[in-house]
Design a protein around this ligand. Structure first.
Ligand code: AHR
Length: 667
């Protein structure tokens, strides 16, 4: 059965009750190899008009005795703010392809009553529509993500929804918005073109749907500075043909391709399982890694620069509904098994953040693997909620590549890797390591080699339970909750962590990145200045591949400023030269840019601040010896605000814009 490594008496002094065995795994984290940012949108949520998610779970109406803000539950908003929900998808799901957005605007008492034919045939008074959803997003502090109706709607209808939400022009549609109380557009970026178009969204063939994406997308306009991020309905699980056809036929017309995959076991309710049910859900959850790897490989063929994001906008566990509830409402409990499954998925997404740049767990309140369950005016937080709370530290942090050598969790002839892990470094330089032990029986002793990261202070939190199906109820809402974790030891920059059975741990490691010292270059005839190349581009989401482009102009500058000839939109600049480092030591480099930028020292990416974004500062470290080092800075501007600066901090050097006096060229 289980591998018997060490029967550790030490466990007696461990914080948590553990069963008989301890296994061993090793994890290596290479902080010097950070390259990709973990997009915060990986921590997104999904809110479909289904069961008691919207009605009861979020929307109670302004007249309700349940504390609310403009009809939206205050307790739910507060809980979602706490886990920093970055993006929320609405109104479906399958519901999206039967939703006509005009039913949900204007005075609520005049809105039509419609039938939710997909989810139980219940009457929908459309009290929660476009403005209410956008108000919810504002309260939660997240970006809205609309799924447009491509199944039963029309091109005109979706085109006008975009106009209603984003246009500042004068038209009958925007006047309607003004009449209904909103003069200024909201400016929504994320738009889905249908949902599960291979299934409930119209049962289309991939070639036909790819044409629909091109057609619908053509009439979803960018108004003012609002540039849409269009997400096509992607494959169901392992339908690789769908990905291939969509990328081939519609790839250039989209910004994201969705993926839907559920770990389902619908014969039993959420808390009714034994170890075979546990193993089954772990196995199905870990399959996400294979799906992403294979879909990404197909996307790489069509899109090697990874412009199109893989958007896992439906994922999670799916069980039989709770007894006595409407089978169409998909209401399920949420146990320690779901928490561990969620953490496995989040580790997978973090580790694939080069391609996966958004994910939305299904669903946020009262449906499937929810964060929150409500009953009347009561609300409880699920074990899955607490995983999102533990993992929020990874949002927008730089992913640290992980290598693992694992022991196995074995059950009934099946084998799974017992441990999985992801790690990142945030903008303050703090490393966060999230570890999961999926084995419900054995403690895992995990040796973490921190390599280039010199650890100083460490703190931790853990989510675990004594029983696989432990869960929170309205009577006992705090049965499963994270607590402080201290079962780790640091010795010679190796961290040893004792992971109790079925546990999720996040460690915050304060420390310093130590890189191999970059050796200085001998420069013949150095002179002040830095060379640049200027490129005019089409619309871009990321830095271009400069080696394949010819510059529109080139020249010399005193410092890293924008050359005079830059236009307002859609261009890139690449600077190249040498920086003179005054004394050997650890240097921090920063870029602050709108849109993306990167800074390389001696050919290594030190600051990766890529992507289309508002002004944002990011930093990285380089240990350098005194003398000249090669420096490259790349910047691109899409539309809207334009900003770029590069700074340095080091021994006896306060943080400052890299001064002209440090920049050199050769003559
Ligand atoms: O999340 C529930 C349903 O699952 C969604 O409506 C649909 O897209 C998927 O099949």
């Amino acid at each position: 059965m289980k591998k018997m490594f060490l029967l550790v008496l030490l466990l007696a002094v461990s914080q948590f009750p553990v069963k008989a065995q301890t296994n061993e795994s090793t994890v290596t984290l290479d902080a010097s190899a950070q390259e990709y940012k973990i997009d915060k949108n990986i921590y997104g949520q999904f809110a479909e008009d289904l069961g008691h998610l919207i009605y009861g779970g979020i929307w109670v109406g302004p007249e309700s005795s349940i504390p609310n803000i403009d009809g939206i539950r205050k307790d739910v908003v507060d809980a979602l703010r706490e886990i920093r929900v970055p993006v929320l998808r609405w109104p479906g799901g399958c519901f999206a392809d039967l939703y006509h957005w005009m039913d949900g605007i204007g005075p609520r008492d005049k809105r039509p009553e419609t039938i939710n034919t997909n989810w139980g045939g219940v009457t929908d008074d459309n009290g929660f529509g476009t403005a209410e959803f956008l108000q919810l997003c504002k309260l939660v502090g997240c970006a809205p993500y609309f799924t447009g109706n491509v199944g039963s709607g029309t091109v005109k209808e979706l085109s006008q929804w975009v106009e209603y939400v984003n246009s500042d022009n004068i038209s009958t549609i925007t006047k309607l918005r003004e009449k209904y109380g909103r003069a200024k557009p909201w400016g929504v970026k994320y738009w889905g073109l249908g949902n599960e178009s291979w299934g409930c969204g119209g049962h289309m063939m991939p070639e036909y749907y790819a044409d629909q994406v091109r057609r619908y997308g053509t009439y979803m306009h960018n108004y003012g500075n609002y540039r849409l991020f269009k997400i096509a309905s992607g494959p169901n699980g392992d339908n690789y043909l769908w990905t291939s056809v969509l990328m081939g036929d519609a790839g250039p017309y989209i910004d994201g391709l969705s993926l839907h995959y559920y770990a389902s076991a619908t014969q039993h309710t959420a808390a009714d399982f034994d170890e075979s049910g546990w193993f089954d859900i772990m196995k199905k959850s870990l399959k996400m890694n294979e799906l992403i790897t294979k879909h990404s490989a197909i996307m790489d063929k069509y899109d090697p620069l990874k412009r199109v994001a893989l958007v896992v906008d439906e994922w999670g566990t799916w069980y039989k509904v709770e007894p006595g509830t409407n089978p169409h409402f998909l209401y399920q409990q949420n146990t320690m098994r779901d928490a561990v499954a969620a953490a496995c998925n989040l580790n997978i997404f973090n580790n694939h953040c080069d391609r996966v740049r958004m994910a939305c767990i299904a669903q946020v309140v009262n449906v499937l693997q929810s964060m929150i369950l409500t009953k009347g005016d009561k609300m409880i937080l699920t074990p899955t909620y607490y995983v999102f709370d533990l993992y929020k530290v990874h949002q927008d942090a730089m992913m640290v590549p992980v290598q693992v050598r694992l022991s196995n969790y074995e059950f009934d002839g099946g084998t799974l890797p017992a441990i999985n892990c992801s790690a990142s470094i945030d903008s303050t330089g703090m490393m966060h390591i999230s570890l999961v032990n999926i084995d419900p029986d054995s403690t895992e002793n995990v040796a973490v080699d921190l390599k280039a990261f010199e650890a100083d202070k460490i703190s931790g939190k853990i989510l675990t339970a004594g029983k696989m199906n432990a869960h929170n109820t309205f009577e006992n809402p705090n049965a499963v909750k994270p607590v402080r974790f201290a079962d780790f030891k640091l010795k010679d920059n190796n961290l040893e962590v004792d992971m109790p059975p079925m546990s999720v741990v996040t460690l915050a490691v304060n420390g310093t990145i130590r890189m191999k010292a970059g050796t200085a270059i001998e420069l013949k005839n150095p002179g002040h200045g830095i060379a640049y190349d200027y490129y005019e581009l089409g619309e871009a989401e990321r830095l271009p591949g400069f080696s394949a482009l010819s510059p529109d102009s080139s020249g010399m500058l005193d410092s890293l400023v924008l050359p005079k000839e830059v236009r307002e939109d859609n261009f890139a600049v690449r600077y190249e030269g040498f920086i003179r480092i005054p004394q050997s030591g650890l240097y921090t480099f920063y870029t602050n840019s709108d849109d993306g930028s990167a800074l390389l020292i001696d050919g290594r990416v030190v600051v990766n601040n890529d992507g289309r974004h508002a002004p944002e500062e990011r930093s990285g470290y380089a240990e350098l010896s005194a003398g000249y080092h090669r420096i490259e800075v790349m910047y691109f501007q899409a539309t809207g605000g334009m900003e770029m600066s590069a700074s340095i901090k080091g021994p006896n050097l306060k943080k400052q814009i890299i001064p002209a006096g440090m920049l050199f060229t050769t003559h």
